[in-house]
Design a protein around this ligand. Structure first.
Ligand code: ARG
Length: 739
């Protein structure tokens, strides 16, 4: 009886695996030829895998870059190093250039010449040179009976050695080895970083963030989520710190812009840097996320957002200072609400459980399997049981503690960086001072003491209230003993006295560093106590069970189903996802089209709601309907479209390419009905939301009037299909003809 059920489940799993093939998966570029090329070509790719990733010639990967070590993706769209990414990816930079008097966040900004481009402080982009599978060498001395700690030490030793060798071969490149499939495979990535990056243009926030947090993570969308940057290099085209003498970087490869637009069912591929997914998460992990982790993050962030908002609403200066921090906090606040909702609605727990039952039966069936994978499920079960009591404390140590108010993170960084000030080595001490001054500049620019103080008091008080005393940071005892358990009293001492809260006191400290003063500072003391608490959670022996459990489960699942094309979880390395443009049905009796048009902006317009303001210039241009070559075949301006590509955070700004490898859009979001997608991909529901390149170019051309930029771009249009001139219902089969 039991056996049968397992067989049925197995069949269902196989079926899901094969129908999900086309869209699910974040594929590694050096494996495309072996795993995906044939299927991609059959789906509509007119290129070879070698055109996408090659060691011998310029290829598509050379036009795709990551921002600031993985926060977002971007692409090169001219031979002069012009870069396109999302508005929300350059949001911090745009906000950083904004003041109440010259508010480019609200009004937008366009450089009409190279001279007007704004150098962005502390910003970098990274090019991928090559990928190499180093699994064999990394695991050469690892045996299956090694304990987890010895295993990790052994692996780390080889990784450091290979990276060292790579640096020896080419000091201009930055090697990095990462683990894939939960510690089962290892690949080397060789990178090159550029740091003179300038802001070229951004639409007003009312376009770039239209719909705000209300529309965030949702379709239908009407957001022009894009901005433009430029990479500068020295005279030889090499990376260089900012200098007036630097010139626009001439890339190996840039993307062409297609004005052909999208049809339902069109092939699309997306290249970029997805940050992290949890597709191998166990049922126990799903349960812990639902019961503890997600609600804890949401609860703390809720308070954080309310506290920030009360200050932003009353002070226009604070509104600008905290705009990026607010958006960042709100983004994953809403994410975790949606993820829990999705996990429940789609019964992800049940699906994981069924898979684990099947796995357990498969393991039990043979001695070798029992020896190899027998411990996987038990380790994970124990890990989650043993950590249920500490997860909330762990979340609070980070969300309410270290990244709660800005002062704590700043204090932690200063506390670490200040060690260099006391160095015997004068060069090292000078470098430490320079770096601290740089940090302080960034911090004070967007720091409002009243807001920060409120954040500190509200979040720490909640921390003390919600988390058991034996898990509280050590400095809470001081607050109890010396400040009557009242964080207001602690704040009253800390904010007026700490050298961290005032630029003059900060400069005094850096020019006359004093170890006593550092130790005694109440801000430093609190931050050091918080980091100790936070690190304690990860130093626990439970972590080894987690690492080993997932390594064995992942290896076992792959061995159990060798027919399935397995792809590794996202880890901020470059991936390609392919699929098709496609509409969907989000709920009973509801159908969502695959594109939105400019009409939707006018429908959503509400100038009394900051999230739905429509800029006057935009509105009159939209009403004139002068869409020129950017219009679709019905004369409409398409704003956004959806496709079933598999992406996640970090992919923001990624190029969406057609079968010819030309740019048709920029990915910028996922959809509400599949917010659990990072844990389990949902073939029927999961969609990538992209801004249509024609909307982007229309704004640059018609609204910004930046002809200088339009002239840099290579536009392509495919020869028109003669069928397109037929009446629409005759030209396309019914199932494609929804629009
Ligand atoms: N959900 C988008 C992402 O994670 C970010 C959108 C930013 N917009 C906002 N309203 N917070 O890439």
């Amino acid at each position: 009886m039991k056996q049968r059920i397992f067989l049925l489940l197995f069949a269902a799993f196989q079926l899901a695996a094969s129908t999900a093939r086309a869209d699910e998966g974040m594929w590694l570029l050096h494996m495309l030829q072996r795993i995906n090329e044939a299927e991609m070509q059959q789906m509509g790719l007119n290129l070879s895998a070698e055109d996408i990733y090659s060691l011998n010639q310029a290829c598509l990967k050379d036009a795709v870059i990551t921002l600031n070590g993985g926060s977002c993706t971007a692409e090169i769209i001219s031979d002069q190093g012009l870069v396109l990414t999302n508005h929300h990816c350059a949001y911090g930079a745009i906000q950083g250039f904004s003041t109440v008097e010259d508010d480019i966040l609200t009004n937008g900004f366009w450089a009409m010449s190279l001279e007007e481009e704004k150098p962005i402080p502390d910003f970098s982009v990274t090019f991928l040179q090559r990928i190499e599978d180093v699994t064999e060498r990394v695991l050469a001395d690892v045996t299956s009976d090694m304990d987890q700690a010895t295993r990790e030490q052994t692996i780390q030793g080889v990784i450091s050695q290979i990276e060292e060798e790579e640096r020896g071969i080419n000091p201009d490149f930055r090697p990095q080895i990462k683990s894939f499939y939960h510690g089962n495979e290892f690949y080397l990535f060789v990178y090159r970083d550029y740091s003179d990056i300038r802001l070229v243009g951004n639409p007003p926030e009312s376009i770039g963030k239209f719909g705000g947090d209300t529309d965030n993570w949702m379709w239908p969308r009407h957001t022009g989520d894009f901005s433009m940057l430029r990479i500068y290099a020295d005279a030889e085209g090499n990376p260089a710190d900012y200098s007036e003498d630097n010139t626009p970087y001439q890339p190996k490869r840039h993307l062409k812009v297609s004005l052909d637009g999208v049809q339902n069912g069109d092939f699309t591929m997306i290249m970029g840097y997805p940050g992290s997914t949890d597709r191998f998460l166990s049922s126990y992990g799903v349960q812990q996320a639902l019961d503890i982790y997600n609600p804890s993050v949401v609860e703390v962030r809720d308070l954080k957002l309310k506290t920030m908002k009360s200050h932003m609403d009353t002070d226009p200066g604070v509104r600008i200072q905290y705009a990026a921090k607010y958006a960042q906090t709100a983004n994953y606040w809403k994410y975790y609400i949606g993820q829990s909702k999705g996990l429940r609605a789609l019964d992800v727990y049940g699906k994981k459980k069924a898979l684990e039952d099947e796995f357990a039966a498969w393991v039990t069936a043979s001695v070798e399997r029992r020896n190899e994978y027998g411990e996987a499920i038990g380790l994970l079960k124990t890990y989650y049981e043993n950590t249920d009591a500490t997860v909330k404390g762990q979340v609070y140590s980070l969300e309410a503690g270290l990244i709660g108010c800005d002062l704590m993170l700043f204090a932690f960084r200063v506390g670490m960086g200040a060690q260099g000030l006391f160095s015997e080595d004068a060069d090292r001490a000078a470098a430490a001072a320079a770096s601290l001054r740089g940090r302080a500049e960034g911090f004070f620019k967007d720091y409002d003491q009243d807001t920060d103080r409120d954040l500190f008091i509200n979040l720490m008080s909640k921390y003390m209230e919600d988390i058991a005393p034996d898990q509280q940071p050590a400095f809470f005892a001081t607050v109890r003993d010396k400040y009557k358990g009242d964080f207001k009293r602690y704040a009253d001492k800390m904010y007026p006295k700490s050298f961290l809260t005032d630029p003059v006191r900060f400069e005094e400290f850096v020019s006359n560093p004093d170890e006593k003063a550092l130790e005694k500072d109440l801000g430093i003391a609190a931050a050091m106590s918080l980091i100790e608490t936070y690190r304690g959670y990860f130093a626990s022996p439970e972590q080894g069970k987690f690492d080993e459990g997932y390594r064995l489960l992942t290896a076992g699942l792959r061995a159990m189903n060798t027919e399935k094309m397995w792809y590794p979880d996202a880890n901020s390395t470059m991936r390609l996802s392919y699929g098709t443009v496609g509409d969907y049905d989000p709920a009973d009796a509801v159908h969502y089209d695959f594109v939105t048009t400019s009409d939707g902006i006018l429908q959503k317009k509400d100038n009394t709601d900051p999230e739905f303001v429509v800029d006057g210039t935009l509105e009159s241009l939209l009403r004139k309907r002068d869409f020129g070559r950017y219009a679709d075949e019905d004369g409409d301006l398409v704003l956004c479209f959806i496709s079933n590509n598999d992406i996640t955070g970090g992919n923001s700004g990624s190029p969406v390419l057609n079968g010819n490898g030309d740019l048709i859009g920029l990915a910028f979001d996922g959809n509400w009905e599949a917010m659990s997608g990072d844990i389990a991909f949902e073939p029927e529901l999961q969609r990538t939301i992209s801004v249509d390149i024609r909307y982007v170019m229309w704004i640059v051309d018609k609204m910004a009037g930046a002809q200088n930029l339009i002239d840099e771009i290579d536009f392509v249009t495919a020869p028109k299909d003669p069928m397109q001139n037929l009446p629409k219902d005759m030209a396309r089969p019914i199932e494609d003809g929804r629009r």
